[in-house]
Ligand binder design. Structure first.
Ligand SMILES: Nc1ncnc2c1ncn2[C@@H]1O[C@H](COP(=O)(O)OP(=O)(O)OP(=O)(O)O)[C@@H](O)[C@H]1O
Length: 254
């Protein structure tokens, strides 16, 4: 089976700052992988490289076997790569339903011919409402995004990610900033993602990692220092050191 996503020797520097060094890994259909690591380890930078928001300094990103390293975000998205952001990027002046409908329309190729597409709009609306129902936020469809609570906005972001029917979904801290009592809803939504999607999730909350991930990648100082199950990660000495902040010291003295 061709990997859905593969990174080969990815490096990223900002001036003299080496943020990602020689990172390689692959995701297959149905994978549930968490990318963890201490603050500043380079996780978001790596996700930005996968999504096309950033170009790597060296190395390659393959999507279904094809080199997409130089392709723009929109082309990667058309091929089936979707992401959510750590900080919400929803259209605040549109309603929740309109935000999801736009994603459904984008996937169906309707956004370029909006004026001639009215016949398809009933379908788009039905799909949008079904999606919002799946995430338990159908009652919010008519509300402007600006009026939604933060946790509801994160659920809406997930709805948009799913609306794109991606083959690979990148989730950047989907539960960040969500009040504790609302995290079960985010977890429930993630549990109900279509099983075939390959999902890579950046997450600090280890409860969520344990519940979601079957495999964990640990990034420290820009390098992958561990790949294994969540249980193995929690017992690994290098991983423990990375989280205690002594990994950088160990490298400096090595
Ligand atoms: N555009 C940029 N220009 C310069 N430095 C950057 C840029 N983007 C990120 N960095 C630096 O790269 C390092 C890694 O940042 P990144 O956001 O990828 O880490 P992270 O592992 O996602 O951290 P966190 O868990 O805190 O979100 C940090 O030192 C950050 O300041």
């Amino acid at each position: 089976m061709t990997d859905r996503l593969a990174l080969h020797g990815v490096f990223k520097s900002f001036g003299g700052l080496h943020v990602n060094s020689d990172v390689s890994f692959a995701l297959k259909a149905g994978d549930r992988v968490a990318l963890i690591g201490p603050n500043g380890a380079g996780k978001t930078t790596l996700v930005n490289i996968i999504s096309g928001d950033l170009r790597p300094t060296a190395g390659r990103v393959l999507f279904e076997g094809a080199d997409v390293t130089r392709l723009p975000i929109a082309e990667r998205s058309r091929r089936g790569l979707a992401r959510t952001f750590q900080i919400s990027r929803l259209f605040a002046s549109l309603t929740a339903g309109e935000n999801v409908s736009l994603a459904v329309m984008q996937r169906r190729g309707l956004t370029r011919r909006v004026l001639s597409a009215t016949a398809d709009m009933a379908d788009v609306h039905t799909e949008c409402i079904e999606l919002l129902e799946t995430l338990g936020i159908a009652d919010l469809a008519a509300l402007p995004v600006g009026q939604l609570a933060y946790g509801q906005q994160r659920l809406l972001e997930l709805a948009i990610g799913i609306a794109l029917k991606p083959k690979v979904l990148l989730l950047d801290e989907p539960a960040a900033g969500v009040p504790h009592e609302e995290t079960p809803k985010i977890l429930g939504a993630i549990d109900r993602l279509p099983p075939d999607i390959a999902v890579l999730m950046i997450e600090h909350d280890m409860d969520l990692v344990f519940r979601f991930a079957r495999r964990v990648l640990v990034l420290a100082g820009g390098r992958l220092i561990f790949e294994g199950t969540p249980a193995e990660a929690s017992l690994d000495e290098d991983v423990r050191r990375a989280y205690l902040g002594s990994y950088a010291d160990a490298r400096r003295t090595a």
